[in-house]
Design a binder for this molecule. Structure first.
Ligand code: AMP
Length: 282
């Protein structure tokens, strides 16, 4: 496995593979790798000959009061996990190699970031588009793998790839969960024991909403507000909990046959923000 710390190094390593006609997939991460990330690597391995994992805690997707400084950083362990997973190239750039002091351009997002995480995290998805766009240009992968856990990210990136004709195929990998249903996340490390015990309630609320929708509740407003209240009673501070169109990412009042929906929620448990979602088709 090759460890690259600069853009020049990673371009050279990927270039060598491409010159051998090997296809390349990219798994972008912010490190603190868990089994969710490792499942993305497995998906990448099934879809290309060479897997590149990037590990970069991207400053431009954090707001001033976000957890950029405290975000878990476990570089050595991450690199070892990549090695054991059969990754070919790890890209661990320095901030200065990725960003200069002054940036003049950004990608504007219309509508797709007005709800879900975009609503409470201004600038978040612009920051993600900026870094993923850079990584695509640096590595020029044939395939890029992202997790369904960050579904709004996946939808917006897919639309970016389509609208800008990026020569990369995006793959959505399923959410990996702990045995009690909690979606794995690097931020779960922040949870106290008591918080960790109740954390799976978010997933259970989503499952309950989905079950009712599939049983015929096609106007789920009351159902959702009831689940929201239950979560609040348990000690969660609910940021959002709703059903969205998988195409437009707008909230949906009445669900229709043959359309795909995202049942999604974000909650604070103490200081920790948890997100989760299920995709459902009627
Ligand atoms: P992050 O390191 O949190 O930026 O995540 C890097 C990638 O891993 C993103 O595409 C996430 O959607 C994905 N990911 C994070 N958690 C999970 C999970 N529990 N299951 C599947 N993919 C995940």
């Amino acid at each position: 496995m090759i460890i690259c710390r600069t853009i020049r190094e990673v371009r050279e390593a990927v270039g060598k593979e491409k010159s051998l006609s090997n296809t390349v997939s990219l798994v972008p991460t912010m490190g603190a790798l868990h089994n969710g990330h490792l499942s993305l690597i497995e998906t990448a391995k099934r879809n290309s000959e060479v897997v590149v994992v990037s590990i970069f805690v991207n400053p431009t997707q954090f707001a001033p009061n976000d957890d950029f400084n405290t975000y878990p950083r476990e570089e050595e362990r991450d690199i070892e996990k990549c090695r054991q997973s059969g990754v070919s190239i790890v890209f661990v750039p320095d901030r200065d190699d990725i960003y200069s002091d002054q940036s003049y351009l950004s990608i504007h997002i219309d509508q797709l970031n007005e709800h879900m995480c975009g609503k409470s995290r201004p600038g978040f998805f612009e920051g993600i588009l900026q870094i993923v766009n850079k990584l695509f240009n640096i590595i020029q992968p044939d395939v890029a793998v992202f997790g369904q856990k960050d579904i709004q990210q996946f939808v917006i990136l897919s639309i970016m790839a389509e609208e800008f004709n990026l020569p990369v195929r995006l793959i959505r990998a399923p959410t990996v969960r702990a045995s009690d249903g909690l979606a794995l996340s690097s931020r779960n490390a922040y949870l106290t024991d008591d918080e960790r015990r109740i954390a799976p309630s978010l997933y259970r609320a989503l499952v309950y909403i989905e079950k009712n929708i599939l049983q015929g509740v096609h106007t789920p407003k009351m159902l959702i507000s009831h689940q929201r209240m239950e979560l609040e009673t348990k000690g969660f501070n609910v940021d959002y909990l709703d059903v969205y169109s998988a195409k437009t990412l707008l909230p949906v009042e009445t669900l229709r046959e043959d359309n795909q929906y995202i049942i999604a929620g974000a909650v604070y448990l103490g200081k920790t923000r948890l997100i989760d979602n299920l995709m459902t088709k009627l």
